[in-house]
Design a protein around this ligand. Structure first.
Ligand code: PHE
Length: 352
């Protein structure tokens, strides 16, 4: 036994170590070299006693050194294996982690459906400003400042004195105050001025009202305005367009009824009711036991409004209608409180 023997053993150990692929194999390697009974290094130590004192003194510490090195390398490899394991170990039997996925609010789903149905009948879908001028919201649709109907559509006014001054200086008709629009009818005159006849448009959008809220009334809701202006347009067209729309969204069972109504911007004016789908007209709290639900206002566009839009009422006629999309969604799904839509309550929204 000499230094050469030790070096050969060290080399052999390193070669063996590179073939190790698991913790079990590492354990075998450890036993093979350091095992107390037949370990190769242990054997050498045992054989020391056959050597002369001189040789023992020389080679003894070298064997000890080799033992320390082998021990360190085995420990090092072991910790590498453990580390690797903790990084890649996957327990495929564990149940998967559920990633919550959101979905559209029913108001959005039905708004999109409504847009699709009207588009299929040739209507444009138009957007408009929520912060609207008093002119377009009221004056342009035949509701002058003195008109009592303004009270029905009370809203939130926004003051911008700088803008007022500038508009007044320019003599602009929009010099009046800004407000949160109360209906998307505010877009009627803008549309008439912008697009050539015949005009077929719907305007879905949020509108605001100064409202003491209850189960049927909200201070903000989604309004859908419809407008069709052209030659020879009559109430008959208004009725059939809305029948088609309601059957598409609510199904063939829905019944529609018209009553006379009043709006300053239509003449004649109508109110449209739909049969209560919640109780199937047997009478419930939602329809107040009448079997019918108020659903929308409509009528033939008032000549003053056509004129404001630059259209000759002698040559052309048109119809307009406006409904609350929230109301429609309530009917479709049997929701009995409109405030739930904007309550931010996930327990409500997750039912859809
Ligand atoms: N804008 C009316 C409302 O807010 C509804 C309506 C629209 C009535 C168009 C007639 C014509 O109640």
């Amino acid at each position: 036994m000499n230094t050469q023997t030790l070096q050969t053993l060290a080399q052999q150990f390193r070669a063996d170590l590179t073939t190790v692929t698991s913790a079990d194999e590492l354990r075998e390697l450890e036993i093979r070299y350091l095992g107390r009974k037949q370990g190769l290094v242990t054997e050498l130590l045992r054989k020391l006693k056959d050597l002369s004192i001189e040789q023992r003194k020389k080679i003894g510490p070298q064997i000890q050194q080799l033992k320390v090195e082998i021990t360190a390398e085995i420990e090092n490899t072991e910790s590498q294996i453990l580390n690797f394991r903790s990084q890649i170990s996957v327990d495929v039997t564990l149940p998967g982690e559920k990633i919550p996925v959101g979905h559209y609010c029913p108001l959005t789903t039905i708004r999109r459906q409504a847009e699709d149905v009207f588009r299929s009948m040739g209507f444009m879908v138009i957007d408009g400003p929520e912060l609207e001028s008093e002119y377009y919201n009221f004056e342009a649709v035949n509701i002058p400042a003195w008109h009592p109907a303004r009270e029905m559509w009370d809203t939130f006014y926004v003051r911008d004195p700088e803008r007022d001054k500038e508009m007044k200086r320019q003599g602009d008709e929009e010099s009046n105050r800004l407000l949160l629009r109360t209906h998307t009818s505010a877009m009627q005159v803008r549309i008439m001025r912008e697009f050539p006849l015949p005009i077929k448009a719907i305007v879905p959008g949020t509108v605001y009202r100064n409202e003491a809220t209850d189960a049927r009334h909200e201070k903000a809701f989604l309004n859908v305005e419809g407008l069709l202006v052209g030659k020879g347009i009559s109430l008959q067209h208004l009725i059939s367009v809305n029948r088609v729309f309601l059957k598409k969204v609510l199904g063939d069972d829905v019944q529609v009824r018209f009553r006379p109504g009043y709006f300053p911007f239509t003449e004649p004016s109508l109110e449209l009711d739909i049969s209560c789908l919640i109780c199937k007209q047997t009478g419930c709290s939602v329809c107040k036991k009448t079997g019918w639900l108020e659903y929308m206002g409509a009528g033939m566009v008032h000549p003053n409004v056509l004129r404001a839009g630059g259209i000759d009422p002698k040559k052309y006629t048109g119809f307009a209608f406006g409904f609350g999309l929230d109301r429609l969604v309530m009917l479709k799904y049997g929701v009995d409180d409109v405030r739930l839509f904007r309550s931010q309550d996930l327990r409500f929204i997750q039912q859809f």
